[in-house]
Ligand binder design. Structure first.
Ligand code: GRF
Length: 204
């Protein structure tokens, strides 16, 4: 088995990144996390990755100002330098241009803390509570140019409980995230789920 070389892109604490690194330690896991890349030099996840013995890189978006494509060319160069096969966005807080998304089409996943297509964008737990839904959850999807809209690889739900706050609901959803992201990456790395197949399934 040739294990796929995976980069995890983060901007913050990196708990999903840590879950992916842990899962990839299993001898039969079809992917290895070879790079953690952050746009945020102070991201806590960078330290966790280093402790886990994973190479890290920082491409700070600030020096590029409004030139998003120049920032993304620097990201892309770093990914190619590490011979990356698959990219996992895990709390990466920059919107990506169609140029970058197209380059990594079918090879880039994202995790979103809601049952897509519900609650795209930010503050999903607050919005789920405000909407009064009984089920909430998390989704791993292929990244397409439109935000939080790509074909779904995996999703799972949790109940919303009486008295839930944003924090209690977020914690319950986070457990799901840590479980389904490694499962989804496994499916994609093994070629058992592809962008084409997921697109067909989404269209029904
Ligand atoms: C997660 O809730 C993820 O779904 C969202 O951003 C958060 C990142 O958390 N996209 P972490 O950095 O993985 O702990």
């Amino acid at each position: 088995m040739t294990r796929k070389r995976v980069a995890v892109l983060i901007s913050g604490r990196g708990s999903n990144m840590t879950a992916l690194i842990a899962a990839a330690r299993a001898p039969d896991y079809p992917a290895q996390i070879v790079l953690v890349l952050s746009n945020e030099p102070s991201a806590a996840g960078l330290g966790h990755a280093q402790q886990a013995g994973v190479a890290t890189a920082v491409v700070d978006h600030r020096p590029f100002g409004k030139d998003r494509e120049a920032f993304e060319r620097a990201l892309d160069d770093t990914l190619h330098a590490h011979r990356i096969d698959l990219v996992c966005l895990a709390g990466f807080m920059r919107l990506l241009t169609p140029w970058f998304v197209t380059r990594w089409s079918g090879r880039m996943l994202n995790i979103h803390p809601a049952l897509l297509p519900q609650f795209k964008g930010l503050h999903t737990h607050r919005r789920a509570l405000e909407a009064g839904v009984q089920q909430h959850g998390a989704t791993v999807h292929f990244v397409v140019p439109e935000m939080d809209s790509g074909p779904i690889v995996l999703q799972d739900s949790v109940p919303v409980r009486e008295g839930d706050t944003e924090a209690t609901l977020a914690a319950r959803v986070l457990e799901v995230e840590h479980r389904i992201y490694p499962q989804a990456l496994r499916l994609v790395a093994e070629g058992r789920v592809t962008l084409a197949a997921a697109t067909a399934a989404t269209r029904g």
